[in-house]
Design a protein around this ligand. Structure first.
Ligand SMILES: Cc1ncc(COP(=O)(O)O)c(C=O)c1O
Length: 339
């Protein structure tokens, strides 16, 4: 592959066997620890940013602008990499002000990024975001900065290459562990992680099956985007792969209704992983994906002879956001014994 990146991670990330979860689910269960990528408390966006920031620096950028929800992990990790590389960083958000500076927002500010937030005002979200980006770009340009823009989730073709690499890494680790009948599962948000994995597994002719678990309703726009990625990959990687929508295995039935909502089943799944393996998931992405895996096992969609590799994509600061923290407190405060 002829694309270059800036390396700032300690790769490969570990892949670990989880004996207690394997025993509980009746399937061999491994976890790929992409939550342990260094910088800014880690997570999947860093692999994407290794490629995106190379492009930014090649274009002479001195400032980056990205977008996301109020509690964007991607924003936090863009802030992290910008801090490391000495770039200015703004995160544009269309969301109500949550009333306090918590979770990812707090971490982004600690790392020096600005957050430009506006409550939804009835226009389409994309129009509002475009306006915020344009105002922020104008401000930076007037200050003499050279701006590089990163779309939501860093999910461009270039960003997805970070997960192309990760797929090669996972295929190597699978071979080193001598695993058979492997299914790799990951949460799907803006699709870049899934698409990168898909392309990487295809490129190395891996026999690993890939299943994505949508963490928010899988709208028509994403259906379209996934096929655009496939076409772009053929063009930019100089391949002539025949890829159809049927090649993408994405479970859309475990979204629990909405993006980043509180869900008792997700909290239960998160506590299960924490209490059995001391691994902390997050309530928006990985907890929801793991809750989906537990359902798929119960429903027999993941067969007993399959070996699971679950990609931990990070996101734990989400636990400390106002609505998730309050829901956990309600469940768990009874175990605090104030004497
Ligand atoms: C912690 C975490 N996991 C998974 C995802 C989903 O990745 P993608 O947007 O590439 O589908 C995200 C995206 O924001 C994330 O922050």
């Amino acid at each position: 592959m002829s694309y270059e990146k800036i390396s700032f991670l300690h790769l490969p990330t570990p892949m670990e066997y989880l004996p207690n979860i394997s025993s509980d689910l009746g399937r061999d269960f491994y976890i790929k620890r992409d939550d342990l990528t260094s910088l800014g408390m880690g997570g999947n966006k860093l692999r994407k940013l290794e490629y995106l920031m190379k492009e930014a620096l090649d274009r002479g950028a001195t400032a980056v602008i990205t977008v996301g929800g109020a509690q964007t992990n991607h924003g936090r990790l863009t802030a992290a990499v910008a801090a490391k590389l000495g770039l200015k960083c703004s995160i544009c958000v269309v969301d109500p002000w949550p009333g306090e500076l918590t979770g990812n927002m707090l971490l982004s500010r600690i790392m020096g990024a600005e957050i430009v937030l506006q409550a939804p005002d009835g226009r389409s979200e994309s129009d509002q975001i475009a306006e915020l980006i344009s105002k922020t770009r104008d401000k930076y340009t007037a200050q003499g900065e050279i701006v590089y823009e990163i779309p939501v989730g860093g999910s461009t073709f270039i960003g997805a290459l970070g997960y192309y690499d990760c797929a090669l890494e996972i295929d190597d680790q699978k071979k080193a562990f001598d695993l058979k009948n492997v299914r790799l599962l990951c949460g799907v948000g803006s699709i870049g992680t899934y698409m990168g994995l898909y392309l990487g597994l295809k490129a190395c002719d891996s026999d690993i099956k890939l299943t994505g678990i949508a963490i928010s309703p899988f709208a028509e726009m994403k259906e379209k985007r996934i096929m655009e990625y496939a076409e772009e990959a053929n063009r930019k990687l100089d391949k002539s792969w025949k890829i159809t929508r049927e090649d993408f295995d994405i479970e859309v039935g475990y979204t629990r209704g909405a993006y980043n909502n509180v869900s008792a089943e997700v909290r239960d799944a998160l506590c299960h992983m924490a209490r059995r393996e001391a691994i902390i998931l997050d309530p928006c992405y990985t907890g929801k994906a793991y809750a989906g895996i537990r359902d798929m096992v119960k429903e027999g969609k993941i067969k007993p002879d399959e070996t699971i590799i679950f990609l931990h994509t990070g996101g734990q600061p989400g636990i400390y956001t106002t609505h998730h923290r309050a829901a956990f407190e309600k469940d768990l405060v009874a175990g605090v014994h104030i004497l």
